[in-house]
Design a protein around this ligand. Sequence first.
Ligand SMILES: CC(C)[C@H](C(=O)O)[C@@H](O)C(=O)O
Ligand code: SF4
Length: 485
Amino acid sequence: MWGTEMTAAETTAPRTLAEKVWDEHVVRAGEADASGQRDPDLIYIDLHLVHEVTSPQAFEGLRLAGRSVRRPDLTIATEDHNVPTVDIDKPIADPVSRTQVETLRRNCEEFGIRLHPMGDAEQGIVHIIGPQLGLTQPGMTIVCGDSHTSTHGAFGAIAMGIGTSEVEHVLATQTLSLRPFKTMAITVDGELPVGVTSKDLILAIIAKIGTGGGQGHVLEYRGSAIEKLSMEARMTICNMSIEAGARAGMIAPDQTTYDYLRGRPHAPSGDDWDAAVAHWDSLRSDPGARYDTEVHIDASTLTPFVTWGTNPGQGAPLGDTVPDPAKISDETRAQAAEKALAYMDLTPGTPLRDVSVDAVFLGSCTNGRIEDLRAAASVLEGRRVADGVRMLVVPGSMRVKKQAEDEGLDAVFRAAGAEWRQAGCSMCLGMNPDQLAPGERCASTSNRNFEGRQGKGGRTHLVSPAVAAATAVRGRLAAPADLAH
Ligand SMILES: CC(C)[C@H](C(=O)O)[C@@H](O)C(=O)O
Ligand code: SF4
């Protein structure tokens, strides 16, 4: 059973992937009181990722208590949210952003934490650099003061976002007090049709289970369609688990995982590699393991998916029309849809393909990896971004940027009329200069379409990189198949 002290018989009971990883990290199991209510378990943390937004008070707390960082060697920091993506050799103009970044630099220096600052070859969005450096590995517990930490679950790790007081706790002790999560299996079988990507799949999953559907659960994505996905695609899916309200998302490690990790700077090597793989091979849900909730999806029924509303669950196939709130039977959902459509300035019944955009954003920890840039570049090659549309291409890390440039993708984007930027969170959220103007509409490969997310009054449609590129060319929401050859 999950997280409890086990008898010999119980250790052989079938367990899920999440339960196995959890059990391996219990420092002290919570004790049950007379009513059966259990205290939280104390869980060991293998990797702690840090960025400028959620760390200042945590470091301040350590300072006030006279504490040091327990395991600086398991802690790594990067600058991502507040950094500009042009003129990065100049001081940051915005005083709030500048203070955040300078504070992180001072804290990392004082507490002896490795930091990848703006311009560094390994700098980038926190959820892109962990996997890229081989720091993210199967079977680990990974935390960061950032909700999209769920990304790292694509490697078979328990990876979750934590609040700033928990950041302080992990800095000080390398542990966290946690109550076990519920488990949900999302089994995706069948073939994804051509042109349908992991982004479409996760948007469809969230539309199906709802933004609260995963609450209290760790989601395990499994099934033949998941097994066929690349690591990049798996990360896109796990990244958005949080948008379904889940605590974390996971995918069991397999050969695809090992091929991605092998040779990366922090991946084990030599005999250690073989020993690690032998262990990682055990990190699969046992046959007969029980989940609290089960969801099944047939991948072959999916099409490109876009959001029309102001939460990631308000999405529909690109071929649909803007929904009519009057036809939504659930009162709460109908009201939410009505409010969203007013904000989005959309009329029920309008074909989604008729919705025109002012901007296209390709990037973020959801879709700012090399495969995402390749997918978009293959659509933009030999084509032009539509007149009046601004397209921003922002690699998720400096390493992704370099790889893209080595492959000539930057030239494709520039020739098409898109802007090629430095690495960072950029237009995913309005914490840096890359923002929408009020009323502007954007097709964005990021993960949140909340009101004002990309700038005050901005309107966001979440899409895949392929749909983003086709939309840039057509000036209206589109899939590559809609473009004339
Ligand atoms: C700033 C940070 C705390 C936030 C998060 O936790 O996710 C951000 O990364 C986001 O995507 O909204
Ligand atoms: S890219 Fe967006 S979602 Fe990801 S960490 Fe940055 S702000 Fe959060």
